[in-house]
Design a protein. Sequence first.
Length: 151
Amino acid sequence: MDDRAQQERATPETEARIRSSFDRQGLMRHLGARITQVGPGRVHIVLPSRPEVTQQHGYFHAGATSAIADSAGGYAAFTLFPEDTDVLTVEYKINLLAPAVGDHIEAVGTVLKSGRTLTVCQLEVFGVRDGHRKLVANGQQTLIRVNVPVP
């Protein structure tokens, strides 16, 4: 995707579909994560710092970091899927590059290649403190488009 496309906003219908799906995710609600940006092929998810999402040294837990990265990539792919489909993660790999610290962490999922069946996304997670972002994790993900059963 070019830089211009990454700055665009999703249509109101697409954004509503993404947010509706996200709101049904118990884990994201439990963690306290929220979507902050939805664009064609790109989604940002923020997780505020709280003791419940940290590990024994006070850093964001790798599980929380990975979970929001997975969701950001999944929803980035979902922005490009037809209305009568849904998305599931097939696999992902994430590299933890530095301890995740800050006021919050921000996961950015970006579609690298969208296909009829499989889509590949780049995953990035940033630690954000006082407005300064530091890359703390990156990865890649493969997702599958699935048909939604007709009621």
